[in-house]
Design a protein. Structure first.
Length: 148
């Protein structure tokens, strides 16, 4: 430090400071909202196009969570495609372990949202049963009103 001006003096070899918005520290990007958010938004758009019932606001929290996990999986897959599943010592790369967890969570959320054949059939069956129960209740109420 230059004691005369009390301003730190950078060594000649020091790199310039990082600029705002840089990605120097990014690896696979699965922890970066800046990288995840646009991919997740596209997943939401695709899901709503393919399953219009997901436009109901009650699905919003689960839909956004699912889309974020799908986006993280996309980023991890891309990183692993480029760098491989194993590190230089032959150990499974941390990104591969993370991918396994995130894929499991995405699959669970897909099922919650009815985005696979089995869970969609269950949602449709439950919706049909609810309509039948409601129709039976309305008929029972109408019959009761006639007898009063």
């Amino acid at each position: 430090m230059d004691t005369a001006s009390a301003t730190p003096v950078a060594p000649a070899w020091q790199r310039p400071p990082f600029e705002p918005g840089n990605t120097a520290a990014a690896t696979h990007g699965a922890h970066s909202d800046r990288m995840v958010a646009p991919i997740a938004q596209r997943w939401v758009e695709i899901a709503r196009e393919q399953a219009p019932y997901l436009q109901d606001p009650s699905y919003e929290p689960a839909l956004l969570s699912w889309a974020r996990f799908e986006a993280k999986c996309d980023l991890l897959h891309a990183w692993l495609d480029e760098h491989g599943m194993f590190d230089e010592h032959g150990n499974v790369a941390p990104a591969a372990k993370l991918l396994e967890r995130y894929e499991g969570r995405a699959a669970s959320l897909r099922a919650t949202l009815g985005m696979d054949p089995v869970s969609r059939a269950k949602l449709q069956k439950d919706a049909a049963a609810t309509k039948l129960d409601l129709a039976a209740l309305m008929a029972q109420e109408a019959d009761s009103d006639r007898h009063d």
